[in-house]
Design a protein around this ligand. Structure first.
Ligand code: AMP
Length: 546
């Protein structure tokens, strides 16, 4: 027997409609690419999104067409999110930090018809335009005054198009499983692959972002997503904020510590989200200038492991709670979130920290399990580790225009992360399956070693890779960026690690560098690092056999 409740489709357009009706005067504040701070309200945003939908229709965009964006976090990008998806087309966010060949591959593979671009990225597209086969026109996201001379073919000015467009547009109603947006994974091997989200998956994911046990986003919050809108939809925040009426603050192109600090202060932001690299810059800026984060109460950290030292610094120096989260482009991206349970209040600070460095616990909507090499489920005892698999309504089913099935017989998606699960549901990543160091048949977690290395006060950033070893197959090499002005020796670091990790885990060598290579999404590029250290010869007499 079917239930007899309304079958209203979960559509992205409903999020902004809601915000404009019930939180019409709540602000969206953006640091614009042109420079000044721009501010308007949800009510005004909705009006402009309707105008933009008319612009898109005028350009000839139809249902299902892919429309690409290459833009910072800002109000025009938000308008594109809602207008493109709202009218039934697919908003394809491009990561401007990708190598040119990858970018060209992605745009052509997605067969994008139009490309909206922020001023900063016009040169990137000018250099690639003659290889972007399917693009019919470009729209530069600025006003007439700032419109540059450009060699981009069929280039329009965003605000000029907007001025000519009517703001009368009725969002079409359609099946909630319709594709809404597209994001390619940065892909360390092979071509990047596209995760094609639906209206349904996006709306359900937004509910999850607002749940009290996850990020608890609400109308009482002002949220600043530092995580880019071109990386897994800024972790869904641009959708979740209108769902609950939270104020949004967009940082635009300036992600350095000083600029982010100023916006957090000026706009009384109380929740912010980003990868550890960004927080490193912010904490350093605060420490060097004796500054305090006055309004922030929650810092969401994900994308890479949040080191314990960072979680502690936010807590002790700024009174902020860190919410450590894990996810992937393929999971929309929220997968696990590390909020503590009631019973954890009784724990000591050190015991709480031990939980917070884990990547978070299972949330409603994402099933988790770990399996061994044969696909057999492993115990949830916090000790056994195996490949992490996930399943749920905002987890990928198949890559966009990709024939190969990616789910196992029971519908699980293998994440490529190696993890433990404890009885409370907390998941801890020990490695990416390809980064784990296989020493004499045992596994060494590069993430654990990195976390312990950065807990040394003179270490800014650290990465561990496996180096081929005649006897042990692989042994760890620690590559470190020392704090500016610090005098740090290999012996200091090894001594620091000795009391923190098993002896046979100790790196066989330590190398000091000025900077580490990062991927387009801000993670340390182990691939590049492994290339840099190809053929590296470890000193004799490492720690493995001791
Ligand atoms: P992406 O699809 O680019 O967002 O990358 C997803 C991958 O980032 C995951 O599979 C993890 O390997 C890594 N990742 C995400 N969040 C975390 C975290 N909190 N700690 C460690 N690794 C993470």
């Amino acid at each position: 027997m079917r239930g007899s409740m309304m079958d209203s489709p979960l559509l992205i357009s409903s999020l902004l409609d809601y915000a404009a009706t019930y939180h019409g005067d709540t602000e969206i504040v953006s640091r614009s690419v042109e420079g000044p701070i721009h501010r308007y309200t949800y009510r005004q945003a909705l009006r402009r999104c309707r105008q933009l939908a008319n612009v898109l229709q005028g350009l000839g965009v139809e249902n299902g067409d892919r429309v690409a964006t290459m833009a910072w976090n800002g109000y025009r990008h938000l308008e594109l999110y809602f207008a493109i998806s709202g009218m039934g087309a697919v908003c394809h966010t491009l990561n401007p930090r990708l190598f040119q060949d990858q970018l060209i591959y992605i745009v052509n593979h997605a067969a994008d018809r139009f490309l909206f671009v922020d001023l900063s990225f016009v040169p990137i597209l000018e250099a690639a335009a003659d290889r972007l086969d399917r693009i019919e026109g470009y729209v530069v996201m600025t006003d007439a005054e700032h419109m540059p001379e450009t060699s981009l073919p069929n280039a329009h000015c965003y605000e000029t198009l907007m001025e000519q467009a009517d703001d009368d547009f009725a969002w079409p109603q359609f099946d909630e499983n319709t594709a809404s947006s597209l994001c390619y994974t940065s892909g360390t091997t092979g071509h990047p692959k596209g995760a094609l989200y639906s209206h349904r998956s996006t709306v359900l994911h937004s509910f999850s972002v607002c749940m009290a046990d996850t990020l608890a986003l609400s109308s009482r919050d002002a949220v600043l997503p530092v995580v880019p809108m071109f990386h897994a939809n800024a972790w869904g925040l641009p959708y979740a904020a209108p769902m609950c009426g939270a104020k949004i603050v967009f940082p635009g192109p300036r992600l350095d510590g000083a600029s982010v600090y100023q916006l957090l202060q000026d706009e009384a932001v109380n929740i912010t989200a980003g990868v550890p690299t960004v927080w490193l810059m912010l904490l350093e800026h605060c420490a060097n200038n004796d500054l305090q984060l006055e309004h922030v109460d929650r810092v969401v950290i994900g994308g890479s492991a949040a080191p314990g030292s960072m979680i502690e610094a936010f807590k002790t120096q700024h009174g902020c709670e860190v919410i450590h989260a894990w996810g992937m482009t393929e999971t929309s991206p929220l997968g696990t979130v590390g909020t503590l349970k009631r019973k954890h209040d009784a724990l000591s600070a050190a015991e709480q920290l031990a939980l917070q460095v884990k990547q978070g616990r299972g949330i409603y909507g994402v099933e988790l399990r770990i399996v061994d090499d044969q696909g057999k489920e492993l115990p949830r005892d916090g000790v056994a580790f195996g490949e992490l698999q996930v399943r749920g309504p905002w987890v990928i089913d198949a890559y966009y225009r990709h024939d190969q099935p990616i789910l196992d017989a029971e519908g699980w998606f293998s994440t490529g992360d190696v993890a433990t699960l404890d009885p409370d549901g907390f998941m801890q990543i020990t490695d990416r399956s390809k980064d784990v160091i296989k020493s004499g048949g045992e596994w060494i977690s590069s993430i654990d070693l990195e976390n312990e290395a950065v807990s040394h006060p003179d270490v800014t950033e650290a990465a561990v890779i496996g180096i081929a070893h005649r006897k042990w197959n692989e042994r760890p090499l620690l590559v470190v960026v020392p704090r500016q002005g610090a005098t740090l020796s290999k012996e200091d670091l090894l001594q620091h690690l000795e009391s923190r990790v098993a002896k046979w885990w100790l790196p066989d060598d330590v190398v000091f560098v000025d900077e580490l290579p990062h991927t387009a999404t801000g993670k340390i590029s182990k691939l590049t690092l492994r290339k840099q250290f190809e053929g590296y010869v470890l000193p004799e007499g490492g720690s493995a056999g001791n």
